[in-house]
Structures are given as C-alpha cells and as structure tokens.
Design a binder for this molecule. Structure first.
Ligand code: MG
Length: 262
C-alpha cells in the first residue's frame, strides 16, 4: 500500500520570491508532477488576498487541496471554508482594547525620522504592529529597516509590551522590514496541522526554519517531516529528491512481497 502524503508549502521564499507571484515553471511542476503523487497544500502568514495574488487568483482552490491563510486561522479545504477562531475570541474585548490602546500610545510617543499611516493592522488571528506605519513606500520601508537595525525600535517595543502585559499568552514575531506580528501562543504555522488529518506523512517545506523564523515551529514539529529550502528552485530540487526516494522505497517494497501462487 502506498502512503498517503501531503506536501505543505510556505509561500514567500519557498514557492515564490518574497511578495512576488509564483514562477510559471515552478507552478507547472507542482500541478503537473507533484500533484499526481501527493496532495498539495500551502500555508502563509499573510491574508488570503495576498496569497491569491501570489498563487493564481481565482483558481487557487482548484490548484491546492488546502489553503491556509494567516497560519491556518483561515482555512479552505477543496475550496470550502472551515470554521475559524479569532484573536478577539481568544483574548476578550477588554484585554484586546487595553493592548491596542497601549500600542497606539507607545507609537504616539515615538520620535522617528518619518511616520506614515496604518500602525495597527487587525487580522483574524493576529495583530500586525508597524511603528512607522504600513503605508510607506518601498524606499521608505528600506529606510526604516536600516534605522531599525541601528536603533532596535521594534525590539524595544516588544520588550515594553512584554513588560506591560506579562499575563497575556502572546507571541511576538519580527518579520519583514517595518512591522512585527502579535498572536496567541501556539497560533504559529503549527496551527494549520489540526486540519491535516488522515495522512501517513506531512512533508513541510519552508525557508525561515531557524529559531525566530516563522517556519521554525512547524519545521520542528513531530507531526511533520521538515525540509529547509533556500529559494523556489531549491524547493523543486528537494521535491525531485523526495519523489526519487519514495519511488525507490516502493520498488524495494515490491521486491520484498513474497511470491504468491495465483
Ligand atoms: Mg517564507
């Protein structure tokens, strides 16, 4: 009996260059070669709209059996939405508002070289906080990133939040150039695994697998077989290796089956 396997992919840096649409040859390989052997699924930290932009618009749900946006807080299986939880259900409105008020107050007292708009972006399972504001241009993003490397604005902000809210079970994750994410403990990418039932093996492919990276927990999870990749091309290479290994194992198994009289 062949094993039931699902290949689960991170998006940015794994299937696509960061924030870019998937390369046509990578997509063709996934849909025409990999999908014949395994179920395929994607898990991204960003919202569904961004994943749709990167991975094929309206046909997204036909291409991937599972689509996990926001680490799996938003889940589609065969195109159908599964029930989700929200950060407001988890924290409660009072705690949530105290938190947001503190964030806004802290930002109001920050002196930076410049500030733009959208300092708090509220998502289903996380809050994204940007001291400089998400509405900055590409050039301004880079400028802030450099400034932050020197002055540790985001790190200090997180320390202040941890000190102010020691009892809220929250995780803080610095990603990208201008912001950090805040979400309940455990609502990292491992969250999506609760929806992947009935598989013998879950192969996860991701690029940010080191500690502090947003693929770390799911890469290390006992429920997955983790593959660390460096770019989409490397993902394709590693999938080819996986396919070759499984083929070899299958052939060995067939040789080991005792001969039977028919
Ligand atoms: Mg990534």
């Amino acid at each position: 009996m062949s094993k039931k396997i699902v290949c689960l992919f991170d998006v940015d840096g794994t299937l696509t260059e960061p924030r870019q649409p998937i390369n046509a040859s990578v997509e063709k390989f996934l849909l025409e070669t990999i999908k014949k052997e395994f179920d395929i699924a994607v898990v991204g930290g960003s919202d569904l709209i961004k994943i749709q932009e990167q991975l094929g618009g309206g046909q997204l749900f036909e291409k991937y059996k599972y689509v996990f946006a926001e680490n799996g807080l938003i889940t589609f299986k065969d195109g159908k939405a599964l029930p989700s939880q929200s950060i407001q259900d988890m924290l409660g409105e009072d705690a949530l508002q105290d938190f947001i008020n503190f964030v806004l107050r802290y930002i109001s007292e920050l002196q930076l070289p410049f500030k733009r708009g959208t300092f708090v972006e509220f998502r289903t399972g996380m809050i994204n906080v940007s001291p400089v504001g998400r509405n900055c241009s590409k050039k301004e993003r880079e400028q802030f990133y450099e400034y932050d490397n020197e002055h540790h604005i985001r790190e200090k902000f997180i320390q202040a939040l941890k000190k102010e809210f020691p009892d809220l079970a929250l995780t803080y994750s610095i990603g990208g150039q201008i912001s950090f994410d805040v979400f309940p403990v455990g609502w990292d990418k491992t969250y999506c695994l609760r929806h992947l039932q009935g598989y013998d093996e879950i192969h996860f492919f991701g690029d940010k697998t080191a500690e502090g990276g947003n693929d770390h927990e799911i890469y290390e999870s006992d429920l997955t077989i983790g593959h660390r990749v460096t770019c989409p091309k490397d993902t394709v290479n590693q999938l080819n290796i996986l396919m070759a290994l499984l083929k070899e194992n299958r052939e060995k198994e067939q040789l080991n089956v005792p001969l039977q009289c028919v």
